[in-house]
Design a protein around this ligand. Structure first.
Ligand SMILES: C[S@@+](CC[C@H](N)C(=O)[O-])C[C@H]1O[C@@H](n2cnc3c(N)ncnc32)[C@H](O)[C@@H]1O
Length: 247
C-alpha cells in the first residue's frame, strides 16, 4: 500500500483530495489536535516528525502556515509567522521521496504549478501554488469573472443572493457557502478558511500515482514495493483529469 504523509494537515482538505485520487493509506500530522481530520492522525511538530519518520512514507505532502508569505504579512498589525519552506524542502529532499509543498502565490516555492477553483468548476477563487517532485502539469487558467466581495456576506449566503463565486477568507464569507464552494462538508468555518479544496490535491495526486506507476514499469525495486497498490487506472484517470481541467 502506498503511504502518504500529510504534514501540517489541518482538518484534511488536502488529504481528502489524495484520498479521492486513490491513496488509501494517509497519515496526517499537525501541531494542534484535529478531531475532524478524516484519516489517521498524529499530533506533533511537522519538521521533527519529518526528520524522524519521513523515509517511512512513499509520498509526502506539506501545507506549512502561509502567514509569513501572504499579502497581509507587511500590514502593521500582522505578526507574520515562521518561514518554514526552506528547512522543510531541505528535509523533504533528504528523504528522496516524491513530495508536494503547497502555499500561497508569494511563497518562495520552486517552479510551482498554480491551481485555482475555476480550473475545477468550483465556485471559489483560491489560488494556491504547488512545488512538486517530480514536476507536474498545470491546467489552463481561465479569466476570472467579476465577483462581489462584501464585508456583510458572512451574515447571508452569497450564493442565495445571486453571486456565483466566493473567496472564503477573513470574515467575508458564510460557512455554508464555503462548504459548497470548496466541496468540503466536515469542517468548521475556521478550518474552511485554512483548507484547500480537495479537487486540487486530487489533480496532483493522480499525477503522482501516474508517476509512481511509470517508475514501477522501469524500476524493479519500486515494482516490488508499489505496483500492487497503484490503481490500474492511474494513467487514464490522469488524462481524464487533465482534459477535464483544461477544457
Ligand atoms: C494551512 S493549514 C493546513 C490546511 C490543510 N492542508 C487543509 O487543506 O485543510 C496549516 C496547519 O499547520 C499547522 N501547524 C502550524 N505549525 C505547525 C508545526 N510546526 N507543525 C505541525 N503543524 C503545524 C496549523 O495548526 C494548521 O492546521
Amino acid at each position: 500500500m502506498i503511504k502518504l504523509l500529510d504534514l501540517f494537515c489541518g482538518a484534511g482538505g488536502a488529504a481528502m483530495g489524495y484520498h479521492q485520487a486513490g491513496f488509501k493509506d494517509i497519515t496526517g500530522v499537525d501541531i494542534k489536535p484535529q478531531k475532524r481530520y478524516p484519516f489517521k492522525f498524529i499530533q506533533s511538530d511537522a519538521l521533527e516528525y519529518l526528520a524522524e519518520h519521513g523515509t517511512e512514507y512513499d509520498v509526502i505532502h506539506a501545507s506549512p502556515p502561509c502567514q509569513a508569505y501572504s499579502v497581509t504579512a507587511n500590514l502593521p498589525w500582522s505578526h507574520g509567522g515562521p518561514e518554514l519552506i526552506e528547512p522543510l524542502r531541505e528535509l523533504l529532499r533528504r528523504t528522496g521521496k516524491y513530495y508536494v509543498i503547497e502555499n500561497v502565490p508569494l511563497a518562495p516555492l520552486e517552479y510551482p504549478v498554480m491551481l485555482c477553483g475555476l480550473m475545477f468548476d468550483l465556485k471559489v477563487i483560491r489560488h494556491r501554488n504547488f512545488e512538486t517532485y517530480p514536476r507536474m502539469l498545470a491546467p489552463t487558467h481561465s479569466q476570472h469573472p467579476k465577483w462581489v466581495k462584501a464585508k456583510t456576506l458572512n451574515l447571508y449566503s452569497a450564493f442565495s443572493r445571486g453571486l456565483t463565486i466566493i473567496t472564503p477568507a477573513g470574515n467575508g464569507f458564510s460557512k455554508k457557502d464555503a462548504a459548497i464552494a470548496m466541496q468540503i462538508d466536515w469542517m468548521t468555518r475556521d478550518e474552511l478558511a485554512q483548507a484547500i479544496p480537495p479537487a486540487y490535491t486530487k489533480y496532483i495526486g493522480i499525477q503522482i500515482l501516474y508517476a509512481l506507476h511509470q517508475s514501477a514499469q522501469s524500476d524493479p525495486k519500486i515494482r516490488c514495493q508499489a505496483t500492487t497498490s497503484i490503481p490500474s487506472d492511474a494513467g487514464s484517470n490522469m488524462l481524464t483529469a487533465i482534459q477535464g481541467a483544461t477544457q
